[in-house]
Write a protein that binds this ligand. Structure first.
Ligand SMILES: O=C(O)C(=O)C[C@]1(C(=O)O)C=C[C@@H](O)C=C1
Length: 291
């Protein structure tokens, strides 16, 4: 008998990433498929291989995930169905053969964001040990499990330790207690996931390109939202990749894109010569457990 799946959902893999944990929060019964990189997840939705992709977008300690933002702007035409907010706990883990001498590790592997989240710990405890970047924290755990002959460690979560049969030798090594990551749930459809347990406000993400290098244009854009009292929860610039000093802005607003005030704001922005692309309005869901 074949099982009927509701959605095919791509996530940044392999099994055991923080992204997989966030994905399972919203899609516990769907067909979740690991992809190696963020662009591969986004491309899988673009090409119709999957219906949905879940990718990290921002970490509370390290800031935005530029690959996600750039691919959303330059390489795709996707919408945000929901956002998941996950608590992030990082642990140092080794192959079971090396538990006794774990402090002799000579290389540490993890995702660049995870390495950065543990910067102080690594600086004080493993100053001269080389740090190696992997495509995800779980990819680092998998690498360590596949190289039992080497004295190496991964930084990852408890799900990855269990998945790849590694032993956690130091837990909670992230430098700041409030470590959270936002994940976007992306689709070709401009829709939203509406469950009872969402946080209060609806958010809209806009990508805005200013007319040209005209003085005061960013101020004008901000005024469009300010005088309408539309609450902005984030603004960030990214290079347009057309020349030094050329940027686009990604803006999060606590308002529904269909609200008359927002429609008016977008119209005014266009009248000012900006190009405006809405990634849709969506609810935020909190992942309940840390790993
Ligand atoms: O490597 C993972 O486990 C991921 O899901 C990626 C990612 C990220 O891109 O920031 C997600 C959450 C953590 O902040 C560390 C890494």
């Amino acid at each position: 008998m074949t099982k009927e799946w509701e959605n095919r959902v791509a996530f940044l893999g392999p099994k055991g990433t923080f992204t997989e944990l966030a994905t399972k929060e919203l899609f516990p019964n769907d067909w979740v498929i690991p992809y190696r990189t963020i662009p591969e997840c986004i491309e899988a939705v673009n090409s119709g291989q999957v219906d949905i992709a879940v990718v990290p977008v921002e970490n509370a300690l390290e800031g935005s995930v530029p690959l996600t933002i750039d691919y959303l702007f330059h390489e795709s035409n996707l919408y945000i169905l929901a956002e998941v907010l996950s608590p992030i706990e990082q642990h140092l883990m080794v192959h079971k053969d090396h538990v006794e001498q774990w402090e002799e590790i000579n290389n540490i592997y993890s995702h660049p964001h995870a390495l950065a989240q543990c910067h102080k710990f690594l600086h004080y405890r493993f100053k001269s040990v080389p740090l190696n970047q992997t495509t995800s924290t779980a990819a680092a755990a998998q690498f360590v499990s596949e190289h039992p002959e080497e004295k190496i460690a991964a930084i990852a979560n408890t799900a990855a330790a269990a998945q790849y049969d590694l032993k956690i030798v130091e837990d909670n090594i992230h430098d700041f207690h409030f470590n959270h990551t936002r994940f976007f749930v992306l689709s070709k459809r401009n829709d939203r996931i509406e469950r009872e347990d969402h946080l209060d406000s609806l958010k809209t993400t806009l990508m805005i390109k200013l007319p040209s290098d005209r003085s005061g244009s960013l101020h004008q854009v901000l005024s469009v939202f300010a005088w309408r009292q539309i609450n902005m929860s984030k603004i960030e610039s990214r290079p347009l990749k057309t020349g030094l000093g050329d940027y686009f802005f990604i803006v999060d607003l606590l308002e529904d894109e269909n609200a008359p005030l927002m429609q008016g704001a977008m119209e005014e922005l266009r009248a000012l010569g900006c190009s405006v692309k809405s990634l849709g309005s969506y609810f935020t869901y909190k992942q309940k457990t840390a790993h």
